[in-house]
Design a protein around this ligand. Structure first.
Ligand code: P6P
Length: 342
């Protein structure tokens, strides 16, 4: 169990850790603190959603062809408005927006922000945990408004990545490349307090998370790996327990804390999504950065490290296998066509 040195706010933690980056100018710290204000505002709205007339479909569809729910729209608009004038970004990308999002003229900075404002939104109306995911890179272009190429960088270049999970409590989990820390929101004070310092993902997986409704659409190698996880072999802790919430942030967070593996592999279900459903820039890459920083691993279903993929387009989809290192290492062997027994 973690000791919980209560009372350390996330702002204090960010500023105290700034010394870990000798070249730090404080801009990344200020960017993170600004993003956290947006997160607190979204948390308040999400927790009120059951009461406010903000539930249900907003009647539009996003670039993914998915119904946009009002909370999605609210979270997207709020992050755009707050971050556009923060002075530390040159360009943004959102799951909810087809094109890159410019920042306010005169407020251009040296970082980029890619975000999924409210992932798992199909769960909003049934009160299942949902989350915001973010990824921050240093710009490649020199100055002024950023370009798409500033966003299309491999995940290994990220300077920070994190998520906020709106669940039984609201938690912020993020990394700046010096390990992973978790903060829990005290809604009575409106502050995130350090509650999970230096999170490490258990080496052994306790859970496996995958939508088995897609089994008939998977490649044989994936089917064989899932059967391996479900087979009895006590020395390797099998069978694992199945846990699938259908909300990436919630499934990932449980596996990060308790040990587990999440898979959303390529499937033949929808020819338009040959590489699976999840997006590289603002879902797979930020979570892969967190996973690796916490001692885990993240690969595609052809064995490539997620963090090494050179993005080609803003909303690029990627198959994702992410979680406890030992389980992902075995998954990589199955994806390479091996059939390890133990
Ligand atoms: P399926 C939610 O819509 C989401 O993008 C992720 O949060 C989640 O992991 C996945 O899709 C669930 O997809 O096809 O299993 O319903």
């Amino acid at each position: 169990m973690h000791t919980k040195p209560l009372g350390i706010t996330v702002s204090r933690h960010i500023l105290d850790n700034q010394h870990l980056h000798p070249e730090a100018t404080g801009e990344l710290s200020s960017l993170l603190i600004e993003l956290i204000v947006a997160a607190k505002t979204i948390a308040a709205e999400v927790n009120r959603a059951g009461l406010a007339d903000i539930l249900g479909q907003a009647g539009k569809t996003n670039v993914q062809g998915e119904d946009v729910q009002k909370l999605d729209e609210y979270a997207n608009s709020l992050i755009k408005r707050r971050m556009s004038r923060c002075g530390y970004l040159c360009v943004m990308a959102s799951e909810e927006e087809a094109d890159i999002i410019p920042v306010t003229e005169g407020y251009e900075g040296k970082y980029t922000l890619a975000f999924d404002p409210l992932d798992g939104s199909s769960n909003i109306d049934v009160n299942v945990s949902i989350g915001t995911i973010f990824s921050i890179h240093r710009r490649r272009s020199v100055n002024g408004q950023g370009e798409e190429t500033d966003l299309l960088q491999p995940g290994r270049n990220q300077v920070a990545a994190g998520y906020i999970i709106y669940g039984s409590s609201t938690m912020l989990v993020f990394t700046t490349g010096q390990g992973v820390d978790g903060f829990t929101l005290d809604p009575t004070v409106g502050e995130f307090y350090l509650s999970h310092p230096d999170i490490t993902m258990p080496e052994r997986a306790k859970y496996f998370s995958v939508n088995e409704g897609n089994t008939i659409y998977w490649d044989d190698r994936v089917r064989r790996y899932i059967d391996y996880l479900k087979a009895e072999n006590r020395p390797t802790g099998r069978p694992l327990s199945g846990r699938y919430i259908g909300s990436l942030v919630a499934d990932f967070h449980r596996n990060l804390i308790s040990g587990g593996i999440f898979l959303y592999p390529s499937d033949r279900k929808n020819p338009a999504k040959p590489r699976g459903k999840l997006r590289l820039l603002y879902e797979a890459a930020p979570l892969a950065f967190i996973a690796e920083q916490a001692g885990g691993r993240a690969i595609t279903d052809d064995g490539r490290d997620i963090l090494d993929i050179e993005p080609e387009e803003l909303h690029q989809r990627v198959p994702l296998i992410i979680g406890s290192k030992a389980a992902v290492d075995v998954a990589a062997r199955f994806m390479a066509g091996e059939e390890p027994e133990a």
